[in-house]
Structure formats: structure tokens, C-alpha cells
Design a protein around this ligand. Structure first.
Ligand code: 6BB
Length: 656
């Protein structure tokens, strides 16, 4: 791992906190420097990727070909000798999964709104010859306008002979997999996607899965039999549609074409689902081209030619992000963020409009609370990342480049304080590097808990084909999930500088240096000690640059104030410390390891044979609206349904 790994991405983006660590990728939030637009950045380490490298190639290739209002947009691909960075559309609403969980289940009307969008996305994906093969609510994100965006095309397939050609790779998540797929038969990708859509619709309408079992073989038996419970609240038309989607025989299953104007999808609508892309193809937006041509001091023809290459480089990203800004009615001026008031140097490390005072100067309607409970991102990257040192190195790098940034060492905070130098780099060179990285990517060989049952039988009304249905119990008594509330956007300033490049070393907020070992068990201590060792080595490099700085930024004396969001649960308690202590005692009882960082508990389940480790955060906060004490929850790693049950269990065990 070296500082250079991040040099390229930091030329174009600020890096903020990690919001997810998957099997082989880490997802960070970021901000595109020229447009000030927020993005999600998938970061992969080539060595760690190993056999998963083809998945990344598949994902990039598919996303380059897919351009649709309900498919997450690809902006930029950067490949360095060790890393691959994929810059993607920002979806502050987080996963559809969390949204369903927060509401227990969706009303038929709300489920219809979402399902129409899912049908639209899948009809489009299929029309382009792709099968997604990993449809699930975790792979549908909610954007600023509360619209769904399909993500994760790593398992998608584009059969050479067309989508009617049979596939034989068994992939995806078992609970959403079609019977023919788990039986190891050859299958048609689009038919398998339709089955997964049935599971998805069931999850939307019921809040739990139609086929579920801790034992994978038992789960497969359930799927193969195709029998599921029909809860009492399902309308006859919903039941009928589910039955058409969840047909064990793929030939009897409804097709996506039939779905477009299916009576259930048409209820309350006058038009069939629009599946065609609303994004213009082959035509460039005049205003975006003009802005780029003024900024680069190049002719409109030159810019149009460069954008039309679609190299998914800085040019593509800037064009697409300008376009997205325009579509949201925002001013689309390209400016270099100021050094003085730059978001990188703000205390909170926030990406939110309230704090990003150098970027936004017109209301943009993007003031919906994000999946972190506010527009403010939490302070530091997860302590459980694959390579916590990376976070540190990024900050070390900054100091090597004579920048100024705040960081924290254990309970002490320092300001790295040295003169800031600015480098005016040639855009041409940057562009060329990206094109090279891209072509290098093209030339690569093909990248190819037993949970507590939260449901009681008593609420069952219907039984379908002898399978007893289990409905949720009301365990939520003391907790109320709050609904998002829009808040007017704070006025912000304009850019201050218009130079060609900002130093990359100023752009990373992620700091991962909590070295407090007080609450971790021995294995964790070892891990942390390892981090400490690495940290000390890194520390040697920067210690001379450290000067005692501002008030502590990371070990909070008070809980954060968060806007209301469905990832935030309100409690009746008045004292945040009492709640924190209560959660800590429950975590200890439930054998969940945690690291306390201010009012955030970074939790991890112990590795257990055959079970995936769960990583998640619980943060005691205050709700900005009424000062009530709440808990923000965020899944970082692990199966979404296992997480749901675990967090439900933890929260319901808290005496609040
Ligand atoms: C993406 C995203 C895009 O995230 C852990 C995995 C885009 C995520 C996002 C968010 C919450 C708040 C703000 C932004 C493409 N692929 C993967 C992506 C994966 C993570 C989703 C959350 N759970 N915006 N955001 F999710």
C-alpha cells in the first residue's frame, strides 16, 4: 500500500467516510472537486481482489453500457498499479433494504411506486442484453429524489447469443435465487431475474423473505418447493402478482414485458411502466459543453469530441456531474474549491450543504437527510476496514505534501500545520493518465446467526398450502422510527478560486486513528495493536509536523445532532449517556464486540464457524428537531436480514 495509490483519485475528488465494506470493495463517499457534486467511490485493491477481478471488469463494462434513470450512474474509472476506483452516482437515501426495515413493510401504494421503478430498470437492463442476477433490496439505493437506482452489476451476464441463451453459473444471494439456478440447471438469466423480483416484491410488501432458513439446504428445499406464506394484509391482486412472479417453472413465470402493463402495476396509473432510458443518447447537452469549453479554454467542438469518447475519465465525470446538477436546477459553474474555506479543512469533515460552503450557492433541493441521519457524515472511517492504515496514510500523505489537516491521536487531537502549496497541473496530462488507466483496464485478462425470531404465530391469519405464516410481533414498543423531514438549505458561499488543479493531499477527510483499547477483547486488541504498530511507523514520518491543535474533533463530548431519517430510531430517554451505557451493556451480554468512539459504537459480531461477521455502527444522537435522544444505525458489512434481526434484538433488549 502506498500513498501513490490514492494520488490519482485525490486529484479529482475529496474522499470522505467509508459507508460499506463488502467482500472485496470498500465504498467511500466523496466529492468531485470541479463540480462540487457528491459521489460514491468504490475502492478495490487488486491484490485482495484475486479471483474477484473479473467481477470488477464485468461491473465496469456493464455500467458503461447502461444509462438509465433507475440504474446507478458510472462517472469515472481510475486504475492505478494497485487499486481500482469506480466513481458512482450518490444515493443519500441508502439501501431500499434499510428503508423497508425502518417501516416494517411498505404499503401496497408505496411498494407499487418502487416496484414500477424496479420493473423499469430490469426491462431496460434486459433490453440491453443483460441479466442482473443479484437483485435484492440491498442492491437498490434511494437517491435524493427518493427514486431507486440499481447497483452492483458484478454478477451480471450478457450472453453472446442474446438473453435467450442459457447460463450455468450459480450466483447471487441464495434467498433471492430462482429454483432452476440453485438446482444447478442451465437457466435463462432474465427468467431468474423475474423470480428475484418476486422475492423482492414480497420483501417490500411483507418486510420479510418468502423463503428463509438458517440452514442453506433447508432454504434450497423451500425455494424448490416454491411454497410461501401469504400474510393477511396482502390484497388479492398482490397475491396474484406474487404468484405469477414466484412460479417454480420458469416457463410459467410472468415476463418483464407482461409486467409493464400488469393490472397491479397499473393501479392508480394511467400509463404502463416506461422502461426506455430518459437519458439522452448520442446527443450532448449544450450548456454542459459550453461550461466545459469555457473552463478548459477549448473550442466546443474539441470538448464535444472529448466527451463523446466516453472514456469514463475526468472529462466524462465532469460532463455527467454537470448534467446531473443541471437536471436538479442547480447552477452548473465549474470552479476550483477555495483553499481557505474548503470542505477538507472544515471541522466536521462534512459533505453536507450546510458545511460545504465553498460549493453551493443556489438551493438545490438536495437537503434530504442522508442515510447517516443527516447531511453530515460521521467523523471517521470505520475502524473495521480492511486496511485501517490506508486512512492514516492518506493523512500522512497530506503532511508530506505540506498541507494542513486535523487528525486525532487517541484522545489527543493535533493539527497538521504546514504551509499549503498549490500545484497547477496540466489537465491534458491528467486526462491522458486516465485514458491510459482505462485502456490498461481493458487490456487486462477478463476480470472474471441463528437469529432471534422476531415474529409470532398469533398474528397469522392465512395459511397457504399448509405453511404457517409468521407475522412480526410489536417489539418496537420504546422505539419509534422517525420519518425524513425536508429542511431548508442553509445559504452558502461561492468558490473563491478558479485555478486548474487543487492538491490531492487536501482532499481526504477519513481519519481512522482511535487507539483507545479499553473496550475491545483480546483478538481485537491484537488487531488494534497491529494497527498501532503500523501507525507508529507512519507516525515517525509526521510527528515533527504535529502541533497541538483545536479542540477535540473525534472524541465527542456530546452526541451529534442528526436530522431525522429512517436509520435513526427515537427513544423516550432524555439522557444520551444512559442510553449509551444501556446499549453497551446489551452488546456485552450479546457477545457483540465494539469500539466506542465518542457516542458511536463500532460493532462487530464475533467470527463464528460458517457465519459471516457483521459490522455495523450504533450511534447515540440527538434529533435536531426536538432534541430527543435517538440511535442511528448503519450496516457496514454482512447479510442485511441477519443484521436486521440482530439490531432489532439489541434495541429491543435495551431498557429505555
Ligand atoms: C452508493 C453506491 C453506489 O454503495 C453499504 C454499501 C451511492 C452509496 C450512499 C449511501 C448512503 C449515503 C450516501 C450515499 C454504487 N454502488 C454501491 C454504493 C454501497 C453501500 C450502500 C450502503 N450500504 N450512494 N451511496 F448508500
Amino acid at each position: 500500500m502506498s500513498v501513490n495509490d490514492y494520488e490519482e483519485i485525490l486529484k479529482y475528488y475529496e474522499l470522505h467516510e467509508t459507508i460499506g465494506t463488502g467482500g472485496f470493495a470498500k465504498v467511500k463517499l466523496g466529492r468531485h472537486l470541479l463540480t462540487g457534486e457528491r459521489v460514491a467511490i468504490k475502492i478495490m485493491d487488486k491484490v485482495t481482489l484475486g479471483d474477484d477481478l473479473p467481477r470488477v471488469k464485468t461491473e465496469i463494462d456493464a455500467m458503461k453500457n447502461l444509462s438509465h434513470q433507475h440504474v446507478c450512474r458510472l462517472y469515472h474509472v481510475i486504475e492505478t498499479s494497485k487499486k481500482i476506483f469506480i466513481v458512482l452516482e450518490y444515493c443519500p437515501g441508502g439501501e431500499l433494504f434499510d428503508y423497508i426495515v425502518s417501516k416494517d413493510r411498505l404499503s401496497e401504494e408505496e411498494a407499487r411506486v418502487f416496484f414500477r421503478q424496479i420493473v423499469s430498470a430490469i426491462a431496460y437492463v434486459h433490453s440491453q442484453g443483460y441479466a442482473h442476477r443479484d437483485l435484492k433490496p440491498e442492491n437498490l439505493l434511494i437517491d435524493e429524489e427518493h427514486n431507486l437506482k440499481l447497483i452492483d452489476f458484478g454478477l451480471c451476464a450478457k450472453p453472446k447469443g442474446g438473453l435467450d441463451y442459457r447460463l450455468n453459473t450459480c450466483c447471487g444471494s441464495p434467498a433471492y435465487a430462482a429454483p432452476e439456478l440453485i438446482q444447478g440447471k442451465e437457466y435463462i438469466g432474465s427468467e431468474a431475474d423475474i423470480w428475484s423480483m418476486g422475492v423482492l416484491l414480497y420483501a417490500l410488501l411483507c418486510g420479510f423473505l418468502p423463503f428463509d432458513d438458517d440452514n442453506v439446504m433447508a432454504l434450497y428445499r423451500r425455494i424448490t418447493r416454491g411454497k410461501y406464506s401469504v400474510p393477511k394484509w396482502l390484497s388479492p391482486s398482490s397475491t396474484l402478482l406474487l404468484n405469477q412472479l414466484l412460479q417454480v417453472d420458469p416457463k410459467k413465470r410472468i415476463t418483464v414485458k407482461q409486467l409493464l402493463s400488469h393490472p397491479w402495476l397499473m393501479q392508480g396509473y394511467s400509463d404502463a411502466v416506461q422502461w426506455q432510458s430518459k437519458y439522452p443518447v448520442g446527443h450532448l447537452d449544450e450548456d454542459c459543453v459550453t461550461e466545459l469549453s469555457v473552463f478548459h479554454n477549448k473550442s466546443r467542438e474539441t470538448i464535444s469530441a472529448l466527451v463523446s469518447e466516453w472514456n469514463y475519465d475526468q472529462m466524462s465525470a465532469t460532463y455527467l456531474l454537470l448534467q446531473s446538477k443541471k437536471a436538479r436546477g442547480k447552477r452548473m459553474r465549474l470552479r476550483i474549491p477555495s483553499q481557505t474555506g474548503h470542505a477538507s479543512t472544515t471541522q466536521s469533515g462534512s459533505l453536507g450543504p450546510e458545511k460545504a460552503t465553498t460549493y453551493e450557492d443556489v438551493p438545490d433541493g438536495s437537503n434530504v437527510p442522508d442515510a447517516f441521519g443527516s447531511m453530515e457524515f460521521s467523523d471517521a472511517a470505520s475502524l473495521f476496514e480492511e486496511s485501517p492504515l490506508e486512512e492514516f496514510i492518506l493523512n500522512t500523505h497530506r503532511t508530506e505534501q505540506h498541507s494542513r489537516h486535523d487528525t486525532q491521536l487517541g484522545d489527543m487531537e493535533f493539527t497538521l500545520s504546514t504551509p499549503v502549496t498549490r500545484k497547477v497541473a496540466s489537465k491534458k496530462r491528467a486526462n491522458k493518465e486516465n485514458v491510459d488507466a482505462e485502456s490498461a483496464l481493458r487490456n487486462e485478462p477478463p476480470f472474471a446467526l441463528p437469529a432471534p425470531k422476531a415474529f409470532s404465530k398469533s398474528q397469522t391469519e392465512k395459511q397457504v398450502e399448509g405453511i404457517p405464516f409468521q407475522a412480526p410481533t410489536s417489539k418496537e414498543s420504546q422505539f419509534t422510527t422517525v420519518t425524513p423531514v425536508k429542511k431548508p438549505k442553509a445559504p452558502t458561499n461561492t468558490y473563491e478560486l478558479t485555478a486548474a488543479e487543487v492538491l490531492p493531499e487536501r482532499r481526504c477527510h477519513s481519519v481512522d486513528l482511535d487507539l483507545n483499547l479499553a473496550h475491545v477483547d483480546s483478538s481485537q486488541k491484537k488487531r488494534k495493536a497491529k494497527l498501532f504498530g503500523s501507525f507508529e511507523r507512519g507516525l515517525d514520518k509526521v510527528i515533527t509536523m504535529l502541533t497541538p491543535g483545536k479542540k477535540k474533533r473525534f472524541s465527542r463530548q456530546r452526541p451529534r445532532k442528526l436530522k431525522e431519517h429512517y436509520n435513526v430510531t427515537r427513544t423516550q430517554l432524555l439522557n444520551p449517556d444512559q442510553l449509551l451505557n444501556e446499549i453497551i451493556s446489551v452488546l456485552s451480554k450479546k457477545q457483540v464486540e465494539y469500539i466506542k468512539k465518542g457516542y458511536t459504537l463500532k460493532c462487530q459480531t464475533k467470527p463464528d464457524f460458517g457465519k459471516e461477521t457483521m459490522k455495523f455502527e450504533l450511534e447515540v444522537c440527538r434529533l435536531s428537531k426536538n432534541g430527543a435522544v435517538g440511535i442511528r444505525r448503519q450496516r457496514l458489512r454482512g447479510d442485511a436480514w441477519v443484521y436486521k434481526r440482530l439490531v432489532e434484538d439489541i434495541l429491543s433488549s435495551c431498557r429505555v
